[in-house]
Design a protein around this ligand. Structure first.
Ligand code: 3EB
Length: 348
């Protein structure tokens, strides 16, 4: 029996929801992602709009809004760098134009160094989430593939900021079409949070050499455990078992394997906190490589899209390239714990 006192949350609530309306002002927005756009901007009320330059295939949301109950201030740090901050949370977002002459490894390293410097200077020690959108992510052969060069630069930047593998953020790396901007977004927290790995998968930061000169710098999920209702930030998840892509060129099987991976990750997360017994409300981004796969992908992900308690998670389907060319579908998610428990609940 545990005798924990009733816990006072040490960070504010963070909620995520998809928005289908055109409304350009949000009362409590920390920031919001704008699907199908390529330009970063601040709306009239100051909210930073983070573009996701991918075509929306399904479910028609225009925005994904990240909200906090805390007051937010935001602005431009440099030409292509924006921030949004509250007491508990800091978001930094950067875009850059790239072409075939770009050294994507050094460019990524520079961008990450600049963003990580901001995080450190502003005193938010825990980087919990990154999103990376990379034009033509699978262009180039072997180690010169854009994704691998990106991963190389990112790994060096995290390393030079003494971010060890136990502190890596949850991540997404998805390809956009030629001519769009490289877009990188970081979310950091004031308080420390819990890393969750998936028993079905090798940790990405331990992938063997065959996937590139440096393994990808991300955790499978990060649990924002200090919130009164814990929030699970699930990285982009695909049909990978151990370190290998499985069911290559089989969309339905890949979607089902992805589902099993996310369920396994949720179960692993619940074992790491006494503050949640289950996750209910969720918000999912589904990425498909081929437009034509969209209806079948949604159908094959049904176990993720229908909960037993009827609290169906909200989702959007986007056209994007998965970072391994043999993968056809990837899903990322945000799950909120069903309810906060009283402080004196025993855990196994
Ligand atoms: C994987 O599991 C699939 O490099 O930031 C998923 C999520 C993937 C994030 C990243 C890559 C990244 O390896 C690819």
């Amino acid at each position: 029996m545990s005798i924990a006192a009733k816990k006072i949350p040490s960070c504010s609530e963070l909620t995520v929801r998809l928005d289908k309306t055109d409304s350009s002002t949000e009362t409590n927005a920390l920031f919001r992602f704008c699907f199908g756009r390529d330009a970063s901007e601040q709306s009239a009320d100051g909210t930073v709009n983070i573009p996701i330059p991918l075509q929306v295939l399904g479910n028609g949301a225009k925005f994904e809004v990240w909200e906090t109950s805390e007051p937010v201030h935001s602005g431009k740090i440099a030409n292509n760098m924006f921030f949004a901050a509250s007491k508990s949370w800091l978001m930094i977002h950067t875009t850059a134009l790239i072409d075939d002459t770009s050294d994507l490894s050094s460019l990524t390293q520079d961008i990450y160094n600049n963003m990580l410097n901001e995080v450190v200077q502003r005193n938010y020690q825990d980087i919990v989430r990154t999103w990376n959108y990379i034009p033509e992510i699978n262009k180039g052969d072997g180690d010169s593939e854009r994704y691998r060069q990106f991963s190389l630069g990112r790994a060096i930047a995290f390393e030079s900021h003494n971010c060890n593998i136990e502190a890596l953020p949850a991540g997404t790396a998805i390809g956009s079409v030629a001519g769009t901007r490289l877009g990188i977004t970081i979310l950091a927290a004031k308080s420390d949070n819990i890393r969750v790995e998936n028993p079905r998968q090798m940790s990405a930061f331990q992938y063997p050499r065959q996937y590139g000169p440096r393994s990808p710098s991300f955790a499978r999920a990060v649990l924002l455990s200090q919130c009164e209702r814990p929030v699970l930030l699930v990285s982009g998840t695909a049909s990978i078992l151990g370190h290998e892509s499985v069911h290559t060129s089989k969309l339905i099987n890949q979607a089902e394997e992805t589902t099993l991976n996310i369920i396994s990750l949720r179960d692993a997360a619940l074992k790491q906190t006494v503050k949640a017994q289950s996750f209910s409300t969720g918000c999912l981004r589904i990425y498909v490589r081929d437009k034509a796969d969209f209806p079948l992908a949604v159908d094959s992900l049904k176990k993720l899209l229908h909960n037993s308690d009827h609290s169906a998670p909200d989702y959007i389907v986007l056209l994007g390239d998965i970072c391994r060319s043999d993968l056809l579908v990837e899903v990322e998610a945000v799950y909120q714990a069903s309810h906060a428990l009283a402080g004196n609940t025993a855990s196994a």
